[in-house]
Design a protein around this ligand. Structure first.
Ligand SMILES: Cc1ncc(COP(=O)(O)O)c(C=O)c1O
Length: 391
């Protein structure tokens, strides 16, 4: 008989790391419980609420139709609206048949790895990078091959990395542009070179475009322009400011649609029905006007924060062109960014995310700063930090 304390745990769990930022959040919540005013710059979601037309579309749908499961591929009008958006915004023609609506880009990433990976297959990805990527690959029994990247490559994979790191177990490369945690982008011609290197090795390129639309001074683009053999991940979470609605999408090469559909049917049944109806309003001109004004506000915040942070002693070797993150080198201020973020939280009540969460490439030298606060709050955060960072 098994004892009551028997605890079975799959070996894959030894590869799943916790989010360090949760520790910071727990400590921040404790300070708030004590009545302290914490400025949150650690969280990876927009501070703007979902635009009104999207909320109204959800309410109208809830009042007028039953919220049954949808097709695992998503409701057809939404797949068509996404295709029309690619045509109007990016000048790229994508068949709605290749677009699968998912429960956030998290589900899109899981589905992509689910249809591509055999046990032991490797996926190349940048370090620093979005931590869940490693864990999605592990969950599908693959192996993440994390490649340390620094400012010389804008903290991104470059075409040269593919040849250097590809081996006989490699089957895919994953890039994100703009990236979390760095906000940096891969130039269109470099992305084409990466694609050519991956394709020459009969591999698959997966491009996470979750921060698409949130770019500053850079023309918007999509990897779908490169060819229909690229897997493209996207989401309503960031540009459309719908994080909690849990809605995203995946664009796959035509030959994969049926397999993604089968896996999505089994893993998720379908994405949220009310969220899909709400998202039909995401591409309306009224909504896009709201989102563009907010994009301009993010740019103002970035432009305020860059000189303010360097004035405190942080180094920002690459100007982040997108998302809402600055990945700052804190090594001139402190040797351990984890301790530094703890101290800034305790003494200045400003919450930041230490580099530790994003991989093993010099995490102790970096801090991610999210500009998901008004300029006035950012200014206050800078003043508070000035009080605790040695001048
Ligand atoms: C690079 C990147 N990919 C994917 C996701 C997952 O987001 P969601 O599932 O809300 O679309 C995030 C969330 O922060 C992210 O930063």
């Amino acid at each position: 008989m098994k004892s009551e304390s028997f605890h079975r745990l799959a070996s894959r769990m030894s590869h799943i790391d916790p989010f360090e930022v949760m520790e910071i959040q727990t400590a921040a919540r404790e300070l708030e419980r004590q009545g302290k005013d914490v400025i949150h710059m650690e969280i990876g979601e927009p501070d703007f609420t979902t635009p009104r037309p999207i909320v109204d579309a959800a309410i109208a749908a809830l009042n007028s139709q039953p919220m049954f499961y949808t097709s695992a591929l998503g409701i057809q009008p939404l797949r068509e609206a996404i295709a029309a958006y690619y045509a109007s915004q990016y000048g790229v023609s994508v068949s709605p048949d290749r677009i699968i609506v998912t429960a956030g880009s998290s589900a899109a990433l899981l589905l992509a790895f689910g249809v591509l990976l055999n046990p032991g297959d490797e996926v190349l990805m940048a370090d620093p990078g979005y931590p869940c990527n490693r864990h999605f690959v592990r969950a599908m029994e693959g192996v993440p091959c994390t490649i340390p990247v620094g400012p010389e490559h804008a903290y991104q994979l470059a075409a040269g990395h593919i040849g250097q790191h590809w081996n006989d177990r490699s089957i895919a490369a994953l890039v994100a542009s703009p990236s979390n945690p760095t906000g940096t982008m891969i130039a269109a011609d470099e992305l084409r070179r990466i694609h050519a290197e991956v394709a020459a090795r009969a591999g698959t390129l997966i491009v996470d475009e979750i921060y698409q639309g949130l770019t500053y001074g850079v023309a918007p683009s999509t990897a779908l322009a490169i060819g229909d053999d690229v897997f493209v991940i996207n989401s309503f979470s960031k540009y459309f400011q719908m994080t909690g609605w849990r809605l995203g999408w995946l664009v796959v090469p035509p030959a994969y649609v049926r397999d993604v559909e089968k896996l999505a049917q089994n893993l998720f049944i379908s994405a949220s029905t009310p969220a899909q109806h709400a998202a039909l309003a995401a591409f309306h001109p009224d909504t896009l006007a709201i989102l563009e004004a907010r994009r301009a506000e993010f740019q103002t915040r970035r432009d305020f924060l860059m000189p303010a942070l360097t004035g405190l002693g942080f180094k920002i070797p690459v100007v982040p062109q997108g998302a809402f993150y600055i990945y700052a080198d804190s090594s001139h201020i402190a040797t351990d960014s984890f301790e530094l973020s703890r101290r800034i939280l305790q003494e200045a009540q400003v919450a930041l995310t230490p580099g530790k969460d994003f991989g093993h490439a010099a995490p102790e030298r970096h801090i991610r700063i999210a500009y998901t606060q008004t300029v006035a709050r950012l200014a206050e955060a800078i003043e508070r930090m000035r009080g605790v960072i040695p001048g």
